[in-house]
Ligand binder design. Sequence first.
Ligand SMILES: Cc1ncc(COP(=O)(O)O)c(C=O)c1O
Length: 376
Amino acid sequence: MTKLLNTYAQFPIEIVDGHDYHLVDANGKKYIDLTSGIGVCNLGYSNQAIKDAVSEQLNHIWHTSNLYINSKAEEVADKLCPDDYQAFFCNSGTEANEAAIKIARKATGKHQLIGFNYGFHGRTYGSLSVTGYPHIKDGFSPLVPDITFGEYNDNASLDLITADTAAVIMEVVQGEGGVNVGDYDWLQALQAKCKATNTLLIIDEVQSGMGRTGYKFAFEQFDMDPDIITVAKGLANGLPVGAMMAKLAIAPAFGPGSHGNTFGGNKVVMAAANQVLTQLTPEFLKTVQAKGAQLQQLLADQIAPLANVKSISGKGLMIGIHLSDDIKVADVISTLQDNGVLTLSARGNTLRLLPPLIIDESALQTAIERIKIALA
Ligand SMILES: Cc1ncc(COP(=O)(O)O)c(C=O)c1O
């Protein structure tokens, strides 16, 4: 009997090797990867510069604790943060959101938080409490109090934001929730309401950030100006990392002793993150935008017309194919695995695609052809 707790419904595949956007399983079967390890290995599986940076750091020092100066973390924060923000490093998306919730409450002196239905922010208590999925909270009560949920993309939910609200936490493209793209006007109205009520706006870019939608942060396309930004997943291309960035006006709420963790800013992880950020140039992001446009065109031409496809949503290389009830997304994923393509699901019978950002056009074409066959 396995000694692993049964928290994941695993596929009967063990991935043992990877090259760029291809993965190889223990039987030598090769797959086109449209998952990036759930939005993590955005720069693929064999990025030499990242490997070199990590190897170089491994040969010096791995870990020093945060009691000592960490120039590697300084360098990553410089590259990661927009002007007027400071970063706190941790090890995952859920921890980044924990830090965001804590600093928001401390900086405002208020405790009420607002999340959105089908927003996903993680599994630890604070992040779980602001996550808008009732079923994944089952059995874990009592959760963090003073949290209310609004409907995503619904103007009525803006009425929930008042002068008593500490912060609103949201994704501008909900990932796990079904690849739901925020409506530009709604996001603008939400931001205006936050400003008018002195409510902090936390944008969770854990899945949508680090180039996934063709921009360093997805909120850039919606002209948003968050007070707090969280990232994780793609930041170190597969080594565990998270970051919470707070505007300078809020940042002093986290003084010495107010928050911390043992591994955050670990030098090996920072070596990888530094390389990721070095490669995330405006030119590279333009290539992602172009591939996103190409993928969306392929989907519009070949997948949208299929009888069992209800609609397609997404931004850049973050895509949801919404299937009709006649076909189960789990079956489509299995068929695609048999046919050498790895894909993901999201809420609502959605086939989710998060290909490595370095995937090439012919691989995208091949993958879409195989998806078409699987759906037919
Ligand atoms: C938007 C978003 N926030 C937070 C998380 C939690 O990140 P982690 O699993 O690294 O804790 C996820 C994970 O899927 C996510 O998609």
